[in-house]
Design a protein around this ligand. Structure first.
Ligand SMILES: NC(=O)c1ccc[n+]([C@@H]2O[C@H](COP(=O)([O-])OP(=O)(O)OC[C@H]3O[C@@H](n4cnc5c(N)ncnc54)[C@H](OP(=O)(O)O)[C@@H]3O)[C@@H](O)[C@H]2O)c1
Length: 245
């Protein structure tokens, strides 16, 4: 993939991994559009990086999703890279959780339904434009899940599977399909928990090497080791991950 001269949409680009990707792609002379739910956060980023284009909206909301697609079609029809990065992680017990239904619905919608729909809606543009790619962010937790984030891990397994089948479906087209499989990264999502986290910038460095050489799956940091352990002893990998890191 060519890492410069692209028009890139990054969902959840207002924080953590998405923001690090946005800054990097901006430095590499790309047009970068980021989305997030929090307008104040987006405005703060815009003040620091006036070239970044921002779009506010909760992607679980059908109207917001439709507005985003319309905004891209109308103002950025040269879009050639979609990065499905936005996600939430809820940690709770199925026995004790009082807002179970709302949490299940919101997490599945943010982490899986919205990115899958967004991909489908933007495919006509990606097919029309050159050097196109879809980049999905999953998680090492699809390899072995952790107990406390049951639905989150399930959405990441779904994302991993969807990314593979999307790649199969698009193999005769010019659209390349990448997957970023992060280990524990130091972002607001992991604030106050986890040990030996790596920075989002380190993730971007690792990913960019793979992106430029068309390596579809980027196992970041310790997810490489987890994949290896899981291959030789799935039970050991599951035991290591069960209670989180
Ligand atoms: N951090 C890790 O250790 C880790 C590990 C494995 C995988 N990942 C994956 O990496 C990706 C980025 O995570 P992160 O750690 O960078 O998280 P983060 O710092 O919490 O950022 C999440 C981003 O998504 C946006 N967002 C969340 N829900 C949204 C919704 N319903 N509609 C629109 N935007 C929404 C947030 O913006 P607002 O809050 O303003 O809406 C924010 O920009 C996620 O897919 C996550 O699952 C992270």
């Amino acid at each position: 993939m060519t890492a410069t001269g692209n028009t890139i949409l990054i969902t959840g680009g207002s924080s953590g991994i998405g923001l690090a990707l946005a800054k990097h792609f901006l430095l590499m002379n790309n047009t970068v559009i980021i989305t997030g739910r929090n307008l104040a956060k987006l405005e703060q980023i815009k003040a620091e990086f006036p070239e970044i284009i921002v779009f506010e909206g909760d992607l679980t909301n059908e109207n917001s999703l439709a507005k985003l697609v319309l905004f891209i079609e109308k103002h950025h029809s040269d879009l050639n890279i979609l990065i499905n990065n936005a996600a939430v992680q809820f940690n709770y017990s199925f026995i004790e959780e009082k807002e179970l239904a709302d949490k299940i619905e919101y997490e599945i919608s943010t982490n899986f339904t919205a990115p899958v729909k967004l991909t489908g809606f933007l495919l006509p543009l990606l097919l029309k434009n050159k050097n196109s790619a879809v980049i999905n962010v999953s998680s090492g937790l699809f390899i072995s899940p952790k107990k406390s984030a049951s639905v989150y891990c399930a959405t990441k397994s779904a994302m991993h599977s969807f990314t593979k089948t999307l790649r199969y479906q698009l193999e005769e087209t010019g659209i390349k399909v990448f997957e970023i499989i992060p280990a524990l990264i130091d972002t607001p999502m992991t604030e106050g928990r986890g040990k030996s986290k790596i920075t989002p910038e380190k993730l971007v460095d690792e990913f960019m090497r793979n992106f430029k050489s068309d390596k579809w799956e980027s196992y970041i940091g310790k997810t490489k080791l987890l994949k290896f352990i899981h291959k030789i002893s799935p039970k050991t990998a599951d035991r290591i991950m069960k209670n989180g890191l």
